[in-house]
Design a protein around this ligand. Structure first.
Ligand code: ZN
Length: 186
């Protein structure tokens, strides 16, 4: 297990849809371990594989002192929404009100290839939606109101981390992901 560098907004891997996991092997278990360790060290409430540069449909979470992971997820969302602020390890220090479904039923697999079902509300539901978005190349600023997204973009452009990413040549132009966001954030 090892802590991996977290990719920051501007890295193309964050706006690229990730591939389904096919082999439930030792490499996958190592990936889940690396994600968990990197998330705990950050610390954060969740981390998706693309955030450490691995374009596979895998994420982990740490919500209410419970660790979890999910592979190849599909989500059923409640019509009821929740309000609340959200942040992301790939956007240091940014927090914005982000609408999400209040409840989620997620189906997928654990790292051993067993089918699992995870039900969550509030924070867990928010984390699962946020991380599943990462697997579709969607980042949380895509979900913001138009006004908040403008503010977020300005804050990103002025941030030290984004400036140094550009200086290091790791960050292309700012571009939000082109993916469909179910009417949220548009
Ligand atoms: Zn995130």
């Amino acid at each position: 297990m090892s802590i991996q560098p977290i990719r920051l907004f501007g890295d193309p891997v964050l706006v690229t849809p990730a591939a389904n996991v096919v082999d439930f092997d030792k490499e996958l278990r190592n990936l889940v371990a690396d994600l968990t360790e990197t998330m705990l060290e950050a610390p954060g409430a969740g981390l998706a594989a693309p955030q450490i540069g691995v374009s596979l449909r895998v994420f982990v979470w740490d919500v209410d002192d419970e660790l979890g992971h999910l592979i190849n997820p599909t989500l059923d969302l409640s019509d009821e929404l929740q309000d609340g602020e959200e942040g992301c390890l790939s956007f240091p220090d940014l927090r914005y009100p982000t609408p999400r479904a209040m409840r989620v039923v997620a189906k997928g697999f654990n790292m051993h290839g067993d089918p699992i079902r995870v039900e969550g509300s509030e924070l867990l539901a928010r984390a699962i939606q946020h991380e599943t978005d990462h697997l579709d190349g969607i980042v949380f600023i895509d979900r913001l109101s138009t006004a908040d997204r403008k503010l977020a973009m300005k804050e990103i452009r002025e941030s030290e981390w984004f400036g140094s990413a550009i200086a290091n040549g790791t960050s292309p132009v700012i571009k939000v992901s082109p993916h469909f966001t179910n009417g949220l954030g548009n």
